[in-house]
Design a protein around this ligand. Structure first.
Ligand SMILES: C=CC1=C(C)c2cc3[nH]c(cc4nc(cc5[nH]c(cc1n2)c(C)c5CCC(=O)O)C(CCC(=O)O)=C4C)c(C)c3C=C
Ligand SMILES: [Fe+2]
Ligand SMILES: [Fe+2]
Length: 335
């Protein structure tokens, strides 16, 4: 492009992308799980009960029993390179760094545990990023995930005299690139496995049912992802909600209830996926692929196949790159 001599090219400011996921314990041991759960479950965006009532319950019943039980669950899925969620998020950040090239600094942080959002945001700023895209890796918006990740980042910005410009990644539950990546991964898996499932079940993390009445779009986002995936596949996709916590009513139907009921309704061959998780984690590898499989087969199911998350697969990274690149538009990033 020709440019008049008195209008030199505007120098490109440094741009950073901070991927944010939930976080995970440092070790599959009760002490580390306790520290993680204490931070996670003390977040008022996650447990919406007044802290004065909730903290005694958390520090009493919850933190004395759950860490040991959860540590046992983590031990079943822990990998050589650590907790699956941490290891996969690290690989995603590396793959996106390679995909974007030197024009964009890509880093990652966890809302709870390590690496902390404050640490990585300060590192991007120290590396000279004047513009930062905060990217909570949750396709479906939820105050308990997306909003609290952004809150934590904004709290860090609140302490800076010279803030970078920031943008946040919108939810991508209905983005054609995301739906297409999911549909392709289902189709390819159907070609690989040695049975024809009678049903496909999309299991999303649950939330207390009252959050729907309070205006959280999470339930609607999950339903829309399920509907668009069904349309893309040209066949039914059932939606359910897993990981119920506490005694309140949660979104329904519950995944474990569905898994126990399906064989009795004549559905004995099942493909299950967890499209709300951008990386496999305890909730998918242990709760679905170990415990869910047991529930389904004990109820009479004969074939159960768990489809892994998009993780750092080539189509998964291409999808993330395209939705992130769109948010970087106008920030002088070379495509
Ligand atoms: C009130 C409790 C919880 C709410 C609300 C909640 C929402 C929520 N969580 C995820 C994603 C993940 N949750 C994970 C683990 C996990 N979740 C809860 C509780 C609530 N989650 C607990 C207590 C745990 C810890 C494990 C256990 O003890 O059972 C994980 C996996 C973390 C890992 O280390 O692998 C993810 C991911 C979403 C998307 C969500 C709301 C939409
Ligand atoms: Fe959770
Ligand atoms: Fe769980």
């Amino acid at each position: 492009m020709m440019r008049p001599a008195d209008h030199p090219a505007i120098p490109s400011p440094k741009v950073g992308v901070l991927l944010i996921n939930l976080g995970t314990p440092d070790a599959p041991e009760a002490g580390a799980v306790r520290r993680y759960l204490k931070q996670f479950l003390s977040d008022p965006r996650v447990v919406e009960i007044p802290q004065i009532l909730w903290q005694p319950i958390l520090r009493g019943a919850v933190l004395t029993t759950r860490p040991k039980k959860s540590a046992h669950a983590y031990q079943q899925v822990w990998r050589e390179d650590g907790s699956p969620l941490a290891a996969i998020t690290r690989l995603q950040a590396q793959a996106l760094k390679d995909a974007f090239g030197p024009g964009v600094l890509v880093d990652y942080a966890m809302r709870y545990g390590r690496p902390a959002i404050a640490e990585r945001l300060l590192a991007l700023k120290a590396a000279g990023c004047e513009r930062i895209l905060l990217a909570p890796l949750y396709p479906q918006y939820c105050a308990a995930t997306t909003a609290t990740a952004n809150d934590a980042a904004f709290a860090v910005l609140a302490g800076m005299r010279w803030q970078p410009a920031v943008r946040t990644l919108p939810p991508y539950h209905d983005d054609p690139a995301y739906i297409d990546a999911l549909a392709t991964s289902v189709r390819e898996e159907l070609g690989r496995i040695d049975f024809e499932p009678e049903a496909i079940l999309a299991s999303f993390h649950g939330m207390p049912a009252r959050t729907l009445a309070l205006g959280d779009p999470y339930h609607c986002h999950c339903q829309k992802t399920g509907r668009l995936l069904a349309e893309a596949l040209g066949r039914d996709v059932m939606v359910s909600f897993q990981s119920r916590f506490g005694r309140a009513k949660w979104l329904e139907p519950a995944t474990d209830t569905v898994l126990e009921a399906l064989p009795g309704r004549g559905i004995k061959r099942l493909l299950i996926l967890a499209p709300g998780f951008s990386a496999d984690c305890l909730e998918t590898l242990e709760e679905l692929n170990i415990r869910g499989r047991e529930q389904f087969t004990e109820a009479g199911g004969t074939h159960f196949h768990y489809l892994p998350c998009l993780n750092d697969t080539a189509p998964g990274i291409a999808m993330l790159r395209s939705i992130l690149a769109r948010e970087l538009e106008g920030w002088n990033v070379r495509p």
